[in-house]
Design a protein around this ligand. Structure first.
Ligand SMILES: NC(=O)c1ccc[n+]([C@@H]2O[C@H](COP(=O)([O-])OP(=O)(O)OC[C@H]3O[C@@H](n4cnc5c(N)ncnc54)[C@H](O)[C@@H]3O)[C@@H](O)[C@H]2O)c1
Length: 348
């Protein structure tokens, strides 16, 4: 392995720890700078991870000892930062979503195409053992042709989650609600499994949090794939628990059902555990009561080290600007199809 790649992380909020921890454990990378416009946050993070703190990310542009920059900032900051960093030849690993709008995502894509550096996106659930197994079973045709699938996300975001974080819950800064933020992972998995989407139609609404947010807390959609597969999708932040994400895929000769990190196969009236931890007599806790954030999926570390491996080996990372644009296109189409179906105003 050559010289270690110098890394920086912009944004020291909620998602900062999985990035910093992955870098700490990885050979061939060293975290040199952490950036946050909230200087206290940057300094606290720098103290913990023994690196420099900065408040302005532009300081990274001229630094020759920084090759890779992680974007862990609010959605409306992604495009501005990614474009400048890519122009300066820095590899960018951005948290999802690619941006807060399709137009902003296109700006990143243009910058990535013109840059010598790579753009990668954190869709860590593609690295879950169950997701990889599902992809493998689709590709090998082990259960015959995929017929249809569904993804269900029922999580809980209380009003304080939005009230204490001004960028959330607003079109201008978050770019949407549960769809673009929490459930985008599941939408990405559905399109990764199903292939090219020919249409997506659905409805986004604020069913419970309408007094708190201007974006949606709930969304449902039907996806039609070019190969004839049908996908159904439902997501909400208006539940009162963090249920495990559920995926079901029906094939010609069997059914796969994923719940949390377990994948089950049903075939010929029998159900078996294909991957995931075996059951114990009485399991402690349960994902619904998770004190941590296991419902995000736990594959950040795997994705991050794979991104660095690709950079070191000069290979193109798979979850790139094109993959990001596909999902942003679906998000944008879904929001538009929802607006078309908005009912007429009720007259007094
Ligand atoms: N992959 C996942 O499962 C996952 C989970 C949670 C969050 N995320 C994503 O991570 C990103 C950040 O989310 P979060 O929950 O950590 O947000 P957060 O609000 O907790 O943290 C964002 C941080 O960025 C800083 N910041 C904002 N603007 C800045 C600027 N111009 N320069 C420097 N720092 C700036 C803020 O001060 C804050 O500390 C979002 O894109 C979010 O969707 C991904």
């Amino acid at each position: 392995m050559g010289e270690a790649l110098g890394a920086a992380i912009i944004g020291c909020g909620t998602i900062f720890p999985p990035h910093a921890e992955a870098l700490k454990r990885m050979d061939g990378a060293v975290l040199r700078v952490v950036v946050d416009e909230d200087r206290c946050r940057a300094e606290a993070a720098a103290g913990e991870y023994e690196c420099e703190a900065a408040a302005d990310y532009r300081r990274l542009l001229e630094r020759e000892d920084i090759q890779v920059v992680h974007l862990c900032t609010p959605h409306h900051r992604h495009a501005e930062m990614a474009v400048e960093l890519l122009r300066a030849g820095k590899h960018v690993l951005s948290e999802k979503p690619m941006a807060h709008s399709l137009e902003a995502a296109l700006r990143i894509s243009h910058a990535a195409e013109r840059s010598s550096a790579q753009f990668g996106l954190v869709f860590q659930n593609r690295y879950n053992e169950a997701s990889l197994k599902i992809r493998d079973m689709i590709e090998t045709g082990a259960l015959g042709r995929l017929v249809c699938m569904k993804g269900v996300v029922t999580w809980f975001r209380e009003p304080g989650y939005y009230e204490n974080s001004p960028w959330r819950g607003r079109w201008e800064t978050e770019g949407g609600g549960v769809l673009i933020n929490q459930a985008i992972h599941t939408l990405d998995l559905l399109q990764w499994f199903g292939g090219e989407v020919s249409s997506i139609r659905g409805c986004a609404s604020a069913d419970v949090l309408h007094d708190v947010i201007e974006v949606e807390d709930t969304v449902h959609a039907a996806l039609t794939f070019k190969n004839g597969v049908r996908g159904l999708f439902y997501a909400t932040n208006a539940y009162l628990a963090h249920s495990p994400v559920e995926l079901e895929l029906i094939f010609e000769r069997g059914c796969l059902h994923q719940r949390q990190d377990r994948l089950f196969l049903s075939r010929d009236g029998e159900e078996s555990l294909l991957c995931g931890p075996p059951f114990r007599a009485r399991e402690a806790g349960g994902a619904g009561n998770s004190a941590g954030k296991s419902y995000w999926g736990n594959s950040h570390g795997r994705l991050i080290s794979d991104f660095y491996r690709h950079i070191r080996e000069g290979r193109k990372f798979a979850i790139d600007e094109h993959e990001g644009l596909k999902v942003m296109g679906l998000v944008s189409d879904l929001y538009r199809s929802s607006q078309i179906r908005r009912p007429p105003e009720v007259r007094e």
